[in-house]
Design a protein around this ligand. Structure first.
Ligand code: PRP
Ligand code: URA
Length: 223
């Protein structure tokens, strides 16, 4: 194998190690209905919520626990609580649809919104909302955004969180393009990527193919 080919295949192996695509049959089935162009916004939102729940369940499987003693009506019980404070970081707009699912699973998590949109011409993310306090208030951050396309928005969000002082960050989404998974993995190799599907490629406008179209527009009935 030549030097360049060897580096490329090592990179592919590294991305593969960080990318977790849900193998769950319920995710596959719900994602099919989500992608369907005839699915209207109310059903689309419900499906985003349900898929987010399932992907979050897998993405949080390694959260650390500490002991919490309680008493049941019958006996003492050495139970557990989440050891670290979790922050949920929905990326506006489309990430909003994943928040309720995350809060239902982790009611004590803090929710910090980041607003980014892609410049349609350059496809670069433009930040328009960020009210993070001066220092990190959580130990684990879960970035919530359904679409990892070029990866620009995800990389910018993780940059912001790391500057803020976040020690551990995970990306939780629905569909990734190979280009986005590579970009996030190369900029932030310590960030695991959890998604429902890895799609084929990006088209010339930066949309994921086959994808589902514009996740924000389809949730909110705009566009
Ligand atoms: C979408 C999506 C991501 C971004 C992904 O947001 O929710 O944030 O695109 O693309 P990237 O990986 O190429 O950066 P969009 O900019 O469409 O804004 P919206 O959620 O407000 O519709
Ligand atoms: N943002 C979306 O909502 N969909 C894509 O396919 C790419 C970026």
């Amino acid at each position: 194998m030549t030097g360049a080919r060897a580096v490329a295949s090592t990179d592919a192996a590294a991305v593969k190690a960080r990318l977790h695509v849900s193998p769950h049959p319920l995710v596959r089935e719900k994602l099919t209905r989500l992608r369907d162009e005839t699915t209207p916004p109310p059903e689309f939102r419900r499906l985003v919520h349900e898929i987010a729940t399932l992907v979050l369940y897998e993405a949080t499987a390694d959260l650390a626990l500490s002991e919490r003693g309680i008493r049941t009506p019958l006996a003492d019980w050495r139970g557990a609580r989440l050891k670290e404070k979790v922050g949920l970081i929905p990326v506006l707009r489309a990430g909003i649809g994943m928040v309720e699912a995350a809060v239902a699973l982790m009611p004590e998590a803090e929710v910090w919104h980041i607003g980014l949109f892609r410049d349609e011409r350059t496809l670069r993310p433009i930040e328009y909302y960020n009210k993070l306090p001066s220092e990190a208030t959580v130990q684990v951050c879960l970035v919530l955004d359904p679409m990892l396309a070029t990866g620009g928005s995800a990389v910018a969000t993780v940059d912001i969180l790391k500057k803020w002082g976040a020690r551990r960050v995970k990306y939780v989404g629905i569909i990734a393009a190979p280009e986005g998974a590579r970009a996030l993995s190369s900029a932030h190799p310590d960030v695991p990527i959890h998604v429902a599907a890895l799609d084929d490629h990006l088209n010339e406008k930066g949309y994921i193919v086959p994808g589902l179209g514009d996740a924000g527009d389809r949730q909110f009935g705009t566009g």
